[in-house]
Design a protein around this ligand. Structure first.
Ligand code: ADP
Length: 659
């Protein structure tokens, strides 16, 4: 016990050391794995961005070749991509219009009178009067171009409201085709007019014309020198494309073409809008002096994070600037890191971003910080590793110890039980072998004894030594007796082997068990009477069972013969057969030597004989009760034995009764 305690104490110390060591190793692995995973995912994003930028550049240069445009797959974590060549933006190509946009912005505002006229447009009853005055005004040569445009627009609006679409279209066409007026159709006016025109065509169900008109506006837009108002341009094209895509009679290939066109154009506009908002940051990023070996350079300002990709990631004079979609970028990388962290779940760590909010892991309440490193190029995340709680180490070591001892204990139990069962099996096997050997020797002895007598008497008579008739009669009687003993013995052996082979050899039938018992009794009664025993029988008629006659006969024979064999004179033997509820009962009760309770279980085993003087002096094979047991089993019958040494035995067999 002391040795065991000492050993387990040593073991716990060892375990603590091992766990600490293991933890240290895990911590190093975790850090390495996280760094690798982050780097890998980032370079994947860079590669995808590079591929996407080249793909975008390869898109048909003119948007109007829209039929060929393949659909573009966004890069997760990247919001916008810009491709430069020799310092010039080549994608999105409409962005080149941005440079001069500020100069052309119109600041024309409607006059007070115009505003009043616009107000009264809301009242339907005033339309006629309004039409009249607007027409007059539109013809006034003194009016400024701006006022002229406003008046024509007012007339278009009224015609539209009156659902006089033809008149509205006529006026729109005048307005849009007059080059002099066109200069005023910018800023907040151009797109609303385009939209009105498009809408009227749709309302008139002139779908083909509406499509053509949309492409015409697009063409015009591409030829313009500058972009005036991206939101309203976007709004026009988004509305027009969506309408066109909803046309029922639009051909499938055209639908695809418009779908792609919408995607490409919207992307260009969206990218351009971003560029417009952050022009300064883009310029600084593009011309930044600092170089990195990898070709990647991050620049952030406020919420906007850009990265520049150049040589050696890209060839020669090419530069790509990408705007990071911060939350998507973070989610994408965190997803990868989460998988890694799960593998080392017993190492306490945390990953925090630049604003110090927790992204992954957890910050323990009171743990020593072991190591703090920044992760990857950007985003600037911080990895913090903590000392493992000593209590936790102990807990883990205890856990491992329990597991180990549990296992040890379990193996020990298994070995003990295994050995026990093996031993029992061997002993049984050994016993059986001994019994078989014993059986063989006793059987051969049993066979030999009567044979010797038979041989002896026969020889005597053959030699003519026996002259007297009485003697001859006596000897032949003895020969007969020995022969029948031999016959019985062989019968028992045959019976036994028959039982061993099971029910296959049985002939099942419904039979009256009382008749069977009576037959047995008649055959053996004399032997008992000769021995000085008295019999009492109580055999009720019609006790039906399902069974094999020969098997049942030998069951009854063995039990009754045993009662005779193991009862000394003067003694009583009672034989009973009767029906009891659903059972057919057969009992043999003697006042014989009895069986010690320790032997009662064994006597039903093959070849088993109780080893006292009485048994030894009684002839037998040890097979009788084995046969009884087998017959009972095959007939689904139960055997009960009540016996007391010196008092007698009661063997009772209960069969299933059949009617
Ligand atoms: P055998 O009688 O040939 O020895 P059995 O299998 O019939 O073999 O019986 C096994 C043993 O059970 C006998 O050796 C005997 O000791 C004991 N036995 C059987 N029947 C009785 C009985 N009625 N009274 C006392 N002992 C009995």
């Amino acid at each position: 016990m002391a040795i065991l305690s000492y050993l387990s104490f040593r073991n716990i110390q060892n375990e603590n050391y091992l766990i600490q060591k293991n933890f240290d190793e895990n911590r190093v692995s975790l850090q390495k794995d996280l760094e690798n995973a982050l780097e890998k995912e980032q370079s994947k994003i860079f590669q995808e961005t590079k591929a996407a930028s080249l793909f975008l550049y390869e898109l048909p240069k003119s948007l109007l070749e829209f039929g060929n445009a393949a659909s573009f797959k966004d890069v997760k974590g990247i919001e916008a991509i810009y491709l430069y060549n020799n310092g010039n933006l080549v994608y999105p190509d409409i962005s080149s219009k941005l440079l001069s946009h500020a100069d052309h912005f119109s600041d024309a505002k409607p006059t007070l009178a115009e505003s009043a006229l616009y107000q009264s447009e809301q009242d339907e009853s005033k339309w006629q009067e309004l039409e009249f005055s607007r027409e007059l005004l539109a013809r006034n040569p003194l009016l400024s171009t701006n006022d002229l445009v406003q008046n024509v627009l007012g007339l278009i609006r009224i015609a539209y409201k009156k659902k006089d679409y033809n008149e509205a279209l006529r006026l729109l066409k005048i307005l849009e085709s007059k080059p002099k007026l066109q200069g005023y159709l910018h800023a907040d006016l151009t797109r609303p007019i385009n939209l009105l025109h498009f809408d009227i065509l749709v309302k008139m169900k002139k779908h083909q014309e509406a499509e053509d008109y949309c492409l015409f506006v697009l063409n015009q837009f591409l030829q313009e020198k500058s972009i005036e108002d991206i939101p309203s341009t976007r709004f026009f094209f988004e509305t027009a494309f969506t309408q066109i895509l909803s046309f029922e009679n639009l051909k499938q290939e055209k639908r695809e073409a418009f779908w792609n066109l919408r995607g490409n154009f919207n992307r260009q506009l969206a990218y351009t809008e971003i560029l417009m908002k952050n022009q300064e940051l883009f310029q600084r990023t593009l011309y930044s002096e600092s170089q990195s070996k990898t070709g990647i350079l991050f620049k952030s300002e406020g919420d906007v994070t850009l990265f520049r990709m150049s040589y050696p990631m890209l060839p020669g004079n090419q530069v790509v600037i990408a705007k990071v979609d911060e939350s998507a970028y973070r989610d994408r990388i965190l997803d990868k890191l989460k998988n890694i962290a799960q593998r080392w779940n017993n190492v306490p760590f945390s990953i925090t971003d630049a604003k110090d909010s927790l992204l992954l892991g957890s910050v323990p309440d009171s743990a020593t910080i072991l190591n703090q490193t920044s992760l990857g190029v950007a985003p600037s995340w911080q990895l913090t590793l903590y000392e493992k709680d000593i209590g936790e180490i102990q807990k883990e070591s205890r856990h491992r110890m329990f597991l180990m001892y549990g296992l040890l204990f379990f193996s020990l139990i298994t070995v003990i039980f295994g050995s026990f069962f093996m031993l029992r099996f061997f002993i049984q096997e050994h016993k059986l072998l001994a019994m078989k050997a014993n059986f063989l020797s006793s059987v051969s002895h049993e066979l030999k004894t009567p044979l010797t007598s038979i041989k002896m008497f026969a020889e005597m008579m053959a030699r003519g030594r026996v002259m007297k008739v009485e003697k001859v009669q006596e000897y032949s009687g003895l020969i007969n007796k020995e022969a029948s003993r031999l016959e019985n013995l062989i019968g028992a052996i045959l019976n036994y082997t028959r039982m061993e082979h099971g029910t296959g050899a049985f002939k099942w039938e419904k039979l009256d068990f009382s008749i069977c018992v009576k037959k047995v009794f008649e055959a053996v009664e004399d032997i008992g009477v000769e021995k000085g025993l008295s019999f009492k029988t109580q055999i009720a008629p019609n006790v039906y069972v399902m069974g094999d006659y020969t098997a049942l006969y030998s069951l009854a024979q063995n039990l009754i013969e045993n009662a005779i064999k193991y009862t000394n004179a003067p003694g009583d033997i009672e034989i009973k057969v009767y029906n009891e509820d659903d059972r057919a009962v057969f009992s043999v009760i003697d006042t014989g030597v009895g069986i010690p309770s320790s032997e009662q279980k064994n006597i039903f085993n093959d070849f088993y004989r109780v080893g006292d003087e009485m048994t030894r002096s009684t002839k037998g094979s040890g097979l009788g009760l084995a046969i009884v047991k087998r017959v009972a089993e095959t007939h689904k019958a139960t055997i009960s034995l009540v016996s007391k040494p010196g008092k007698g035995s009661n063997f009772t067999v209960r069969f299933r009764k059949v009617d």
